[in-house]
Design a protein around this ligand. Structure first.
Ligand code: AMP
Ligand code: FE
Ligand code: FE
Ligand code: ZN
Length: 284
């Protein structure tokens, strides 16, 4: 069986394995194909490519922080996986750079709010945990764990901490802009965990219909944050709209309990993604 996991994070964002460790762990988990999809960055690509072991194919990608402005009251945040795009395409590269800058400013604001309430963590500490990668709330969670206020990353996402009380929104990319920019850069987009209600509000199916018309290529159905009913719904919607279906672990190292290869993508979907993309080749 071909084992294909198309959504994995490294220390280039909020994973805990370096890109080199990630590809080695991919082989150890028996994967044939792995995608590196850090939040809003391609910073892990060179190190992952450099360390790529024999027998593993590497799909270079990213997970873009997006939002949809169509809802009446306030925008809904969503994640768009982008695969095999040209990282030097100016518009997309500028979009990614802006997202990373905003992540820093936002994390700094969250730390300031926590500090104002007497929580003994500093921006320097959090910035250090990000180690040059995209800064995310899991890095703030790490500081909260170090300060002895929570035991796990998940606990830090409870509403009394990063989930609500100390939540600050990110700027994010308009989702239609994201789909367009990735296409212009020769890549394809797959909507990550589109029905993950546990993460907050999800978008209505009518947005997915519009995104399909705008060039969206696939939907991630098999993901730990989807119930069996949600997976079935996403599959049915993809069939209806002619989109590919993927499954993936969304591995984050020890920031989450899910393991590499816990959810997989069918070879036919993978082949369609590779055939449609022109930005950069699959490595290995
Ligand atoms: P951010 O991108 O800074 O908004 O932080 C969101 C990231 O935090 C996601 O990409 C996940 O990696 C992680 N995350 C979100 N919710 C949880 C949770 N309940 N437990 C552990 N990690 C989480
Ligand atoms: Fe993450
Ligand atoms: Fe995500
Ligand atoms: Zn992810």
């Amino acid at each position: 069986m071909t084992r294909i996991d198309l959504h994995c994070h490294s220390t280039a964002s909020d994973g805990t394995l370096t890109p080199a460790e990630l590809v080695r762990a991919g082989v150890a988990a028996g994967l044939d194909v792995m995608a590196i999809t850090d939040h809003d960055t391609t910073g892990g690509w060179p190190a992952a490519a450099e360390a790529l072991p024999e027998g593993l194919r590497l799909v270079r990608g990213a997970e873009l922080s997006c939002r949809w402005h169509g809802a009446s009251d306030y925008p809904i945040a969503l994640h768009m996986l982008a695969y095999l795009f040209d990282p030097d395409e100016p518009r997309l590269a500028a979009d990614l750079a802006r997202l990373r800058t905003d992540r820093e400013q936002r994390a700094e604001k969250i730390v300031a709010k926590l500090s104002a309430d007497g929580v003994p963590i500093t921006w320097n500490e959090v910035y250090g945990y990000a180690a040059g990668g995209s800064v995310g709330r899991p890095h703030i969670a790490q500081a909260l764990i170090r300060a002895g206020l929570v035991r796990t990353t998940s606990e830090a996402f409870a509403s009394r901490w990063l989930g609500a009380r100390y939540f600050v929104p990110k700027a994010d990319l308009d989702v239609f802009e994201a789909v367009r920019a990735v296409r212009v850069a020769g890549g394809v987009t797959v909507f990550a965990h589109p029905r993950a209600t546990s993460r907050g509000r999800v978008v209505p199916d009518r947005l997915i219909v519009e995104l399909a018309e705008a060039g969206l290529f696939g939907l991630e159905a098999d993901h730990e944050d989807h119930s069996p009913a949600e997976r079935a719904h996403v599959r049915a919607l993809a069939d209806e709209l002619g989109l590919v279906v993927t499954g993936s672990s969304d591995f984050h190292g020890t920031h989450k309990t899910v393991q590499l290869g816990d959810f997989l993508t069918a070879p036919e979907s993978y082949e369609k993604i590779v055939s449609a993309a022109t930005g950069v080749p699959v490595l290995g």
